[in-house]
Design a protein around this ligand. Sequence first.
Ligand code: MG
Length: 301
Amino acid sequence: MTYEILDPRFNRLIIGHVKLEKLYTGSRWAEGPVYVPSAKSLLWSDIPRDSVMRYDETDGSVSVFEHPCGHHNGHTLDDFGRVIACEHSGRRVSRLEYDGTWTTLADRFEGRRLNSPNDVVQRRDGSIWFTDPTYGIDSHYEGHAAQSEIGASNVYRIEPVTREVTAVITDMVRPNGLAFSPDETLLYVADTGVSHVPTHPRQIVTYSVEPDQRSVKPLGVFATLESGVYDGFRVDREGNVWTSAGEGVSVYAPDGTLIGRIPVGELVSNVAFGGPKRNRLYITAQTSLYSIYVNAHPYGW
Ligand code: MG
């Protein structure tokens, strides 16, 4: 079964007869997909292999894009088409320049090293927001084991130009995926704190962006899971949230109703809209890269 339709609103977002395609398998842990239109490619991370992989849409080939790379996890694209990366062992947020070099955008908060940046998103004002849980320093598997210098897992904002780093959320257990609503008035953040606190709820929390555009206040819980976790997710231009949720992708309407699900059969880590029309949903899941054509698009397309 390709889809589970739980609400009629989901019908409009899918193409009934298409199938989920498995494009590649052989990753140890696939995550961090980002579509790079100028390269007609989807990049993703194989974190334990310390590699960034590349799927070429023109011929379906897969190659290693970067290795070693500082154990990349999440990626996004900035307004100038440059790749922004979260690096576990690099313990920084970095940017791939047009000349192929990587520039550090943030590696410290108040003088202390970041834990291991996990996921990242850019706002239209140029600020970059990222989560910094400890998964890349908890063991040697996804980075280099180390004590947290900060002693907390926060969500941060990087100011454009000055690159000043400020903490915007400091009371989550393990903030992970994050994304803004299409009008950027809401910030959604997944908390995978159940990995360290077994009773911690598996949820995505909604925050409202304050008038200063650089701070947030909690509004409430957007969605909750019984088992598995929400890791990374994306929001389409109508405000629907397409999120990893255990062994599949779950889609929530802006009001928080679960409207549909795409079963994948492996633990899904993240999704990204790609393809020339941005209607191809790429899915990273444990060992593999998948895609499925949908009737939804990201903001700006
Ligand atoms: Mg993540």
